[in-house]
Design a protein around this ligand. Structure first.
Ligand code: TRH
Length: 381
């Protein structure tokens, strides 16, 4: 059994801790590893894992030791494997202890996910420390062979397929959520996005479209757009808003595994960032991704790189329809979103079939937890 220290700083939102928490749980549950997760913002972790208590220096959950990362950093023995998520820089005192520890730990920088070509060339590369006798290795998740692949539990595809083919499981899910089961012919849509100018346009397209839409929104998401569209500021969990053919239901943020089920249960998922984006692909349902916006438009080539991969087996018309909606959504282009939606919606059967094929294709990739465990084992030999 190896020991692991995973370091995570929450920059904003939930993706950094979402990825680290998933990885930590997997290493503990599936690989029987001793995992300590250091996180500087326990409140964010508590949002996606409600058993976690903010303010505690040490606590245990799901087989993982969770440590509140704050200064002064305690004196601890470094683990066999040290993972810094997204170049978050472990504390200097900890790095000094890594140098003093025989044998020195394997040190990994787990990078952000990108579909760009250069990822393959950088995955696994060593980076010697400029002044200390330590080498850090880059571990890049990705969508193609030669990258670290994606985070996925080994039974994920089976669990998802079982859920999607079992009416009873789905009914139980809706019941637990306190939301009635879907009506016949009603499109179930989950909405998780950053604030932008296109949300109101999509709400309008749904309200006035041919297909009834039920939009499921976790508390705190798209509040500005929902308030403006429905003319109300009260968006507490349990709120139901209706206009035309659209119904919106607000519910409390879900525990990470329950959020998966929401994605499995919906016909169409609007997701963002990194982790929900990946989980929506594993859900094998059509999705609309809002990429995390970066300074100077650094996110546009990343969005295009993913579209190139995702659309390569689609007909030119379908690819254009999908890319049109995705680009308009990411630009916050209200007119573009509103005009792209009907065409996209009409192609749902093809998009659904594609989403299923895509999930199967991704299933052939390495899984980040397995690959990382093996990679580190080789480094430690
Ligand atoms: O919250 P995000 O916008 O996180 C982002 C991205 O990771 C981005 O790359 C990063 O740079 C930035 O943070 C700092 O979106 P993401 O990545 O989808 O993370 C959301 C997490 O929250 C994910 O693990 C799923 C989880 N989640 C729940 O557990 N329950 C919920 O109800 C919802 C809506 C999400």
């Amino acid at each position: 059994m190896r020991s692991w220290d995973i370091f995570c700083t929450v920059v904003d939102n939930y993706g950094d801790i979402g990825v680290c928490w998933r990885l930590a749980r997997q290493l503990a549950a599936e690989h029987g590893q001793r995992v300590r997760l250091w996180v500087d913002d326990l409140a964010s972790l508590a949002r996606i894992s409600p058993g976690v208590v903010p303010g505690l220096d040490v606590q245990h959950s799901r087989g993982v030791e969770i440590r509140w990362w704050r200064e002064p950093f305690p004196v601890v023995e470094p683990a066999d494997v040290v993972v810094e998520a997204f170049a978050c820089n472990p504390p200097a005192s900890y790095v000094a202890a890594m140098v003093a520890r025989p044998p020195r730990p394997a040190w990994i920088n787990l990078e952000y996910l990108s579909a760009e070509d250069w990822v393959r060339g950088c995955h696994g590369l060593p980076s010697p420390h400029p002044s200390l006798p330590l080498v850090k290795h880059f571990y890049f998740p990705g969508f193609v062979a030669g990258t670290g692949g994606l985070l996925a539990e080994p039974d994920l595809a089976q669990a998802r397929a079982r859920f999607q083919s079992c009416a009873e499981e789905q009914l139980r899910f809706w019941e637990d959520l306190g939301i009635p089961a879907p009506g016949a012919g009603e499109l179930q849509v989950s909405l998780f996005c950053y604030a932008h100018g296109g949300i109101g346009a999509l709400l309008r397209a749904w309200a006035t479209g041919d297909t009834p839409v039920r939009c499921l929104v976790p508390e705190g998401i798209a509040t500005g757009a929902l308030s403006a569209f429905f003319g109300t500021a009260s968006l507490a969990p349990g709120t139901v808003l209706r206009i035309g053919r659209l119904e919106v239901r607000i519910f409390a943020f879900l525990e990470q595994d329950r959020y998966d089920r929401l994605l499995w249960a919906c016909d169409f998922n609007l997701v963002r960032g990194e982790d929900s984006f990946v989980r929506a692909q594993w859900a094998a349902r059509p999705l609309l991704w809002q990429i995390y916006p970066q300074q100077e438009g650094a996110h546009w080539p990343k969005l295009q790189a993913f579209l190139d991969l995702y659309c390569q087996d689609l007909s030119p018309e379908l690819a254009a329809s999908l890319a049109g909606l995705w680009r308009a959504w990411n630009q916050g282009d209200a007119a573009g979103v509103e005009s792209a939606w009907p065409g996209y919606c009409a192609k749902r059967p093809e998009l659904q079939a594609h989403a299923r094929r895509w999930a199967v294709q991704l299933g052939a990739l390495p899984n980040v937890a397995n690959g990382l465990a093996q990679f580190c084992e080789n480094l430690l030999k």
